[in-house]
Design a binder for this molecule. Structure first.
Ligand code: PEP
Length: 259
């Protein structure tokens, strides 16, 4: 059997920031600075996923720059106090959303089935969607990381017609989020290769074009090495996306040398 060598297609890198529960109006200057900094690297797709309260103002502050949500409800509308729908995100000018972040899977007990439903609703509304998956420390310690994350992906992926065209996947080991710990380059490569195979199994050839982002303590100092791993098509960045001085160098690292 020929060993999998990585996707034959080189995909345009995608670097998305996740501000989590950080940011008020005074941070819009930072959104603008990030948008302006990223604009110089047009061969990289860049986005910020912001608190819902900032989305509309950020879209106005940084016209043409992709602004997204961090979550949304799977239903179109209704009695879901405190939740945001896909059409509300679109109405604010968002063009993408994260679903299935581990903080929501853990804190809100969101299931794979719910995340799949959210992704399908987001796609139907015309949003790009980043579906997050990742293993805990104990799962990795038990040698079950690849099997666990692959199964999580299988049951979280949207099944709607043409879904692959609006989809990115973020592999985020839970133990690497906000901790400064990063898996070895070999472990990242092994996971991304396994996820690529699952995407091809789910979507056929279209699965080769779905970008697989790595997330978990990505910084300017480690980004280039991570981006060089086959099937790492970008990054989902938490802490280092809050400031242009930390985030823009990650976008620069994703920019091909001749770009
Ligand atoms: C995240 O929560 O999506 C994330 C990757 O966080 P950090 O970059 O801070 O580890």
């Amino acid at each position: 059997m020929v060993k999998y060598q990585g996707n034959m297609m080189s995909l345009r890198k995608f670097v998305a920031g996740n501000w989590k529960m950080n940011g008020t109006g005074e941070n819009l200057a930072e959104v603008r600075a990030i948008a302006e900094g990223a604009a110089g690297y047009s061969s990289v797709d860049c986005a910020l996923c912001l608190p819902a309260t900032l989305i509309e103002r950020a879209v106005r502050a940084a016209p043409g720059f992709a602004i997204g949500g961090q979550d949304m409800h799977q239903a179109a509308s209704g009695a879901h106090t405190g939740s945001i729908s896909a059409s509300m995100l679109v109405d604010c000018g968002a063009t993408l959303t994260i679903v299935g972040h581990s903080e929501r899977r853990e804190e809100q007990h969101e299931s794979d089935a719910q995340i799949r439903a959210k992704a399908e609703t987001a796609i139907a509304a015309g949003l790009q969607v980043i579906v997050c998956v990742g293993e805990s420390d104990s799962v990795r310690g038990a040698g079950q990381a690849v099997a666990t994350v692959a199964a999580q992906l299988d049951s979280s992926l949207p099944q709607s017609e043409g879904a692959a065209a609006q989809l990115a996947v973020a592999y985020e080991p839970i133990w690497a989020i906000g901790t400064g710990k990063v898996p070895s380059i070999g472990d990242i490569g092994e996971m991304h290769a396994a996820l690529r195979q699952r995407l091809i199994r789910a979507y056929g050839e279209a699965g080769r074009s779905v970008r697989i982002l790595y997330g978990g303590s990505v910084k300017a100092a480690n980004a280039a090495e991570i981006f060089a791993v086959p099937d790492v098509d970008g990054a989902l960045v938490g802490g280092a996306s809050l400031k242009a001085v930390e985030f823009v160098p990650i976008v620069v690292a994703a920019n091909p040398a001749d770009g």
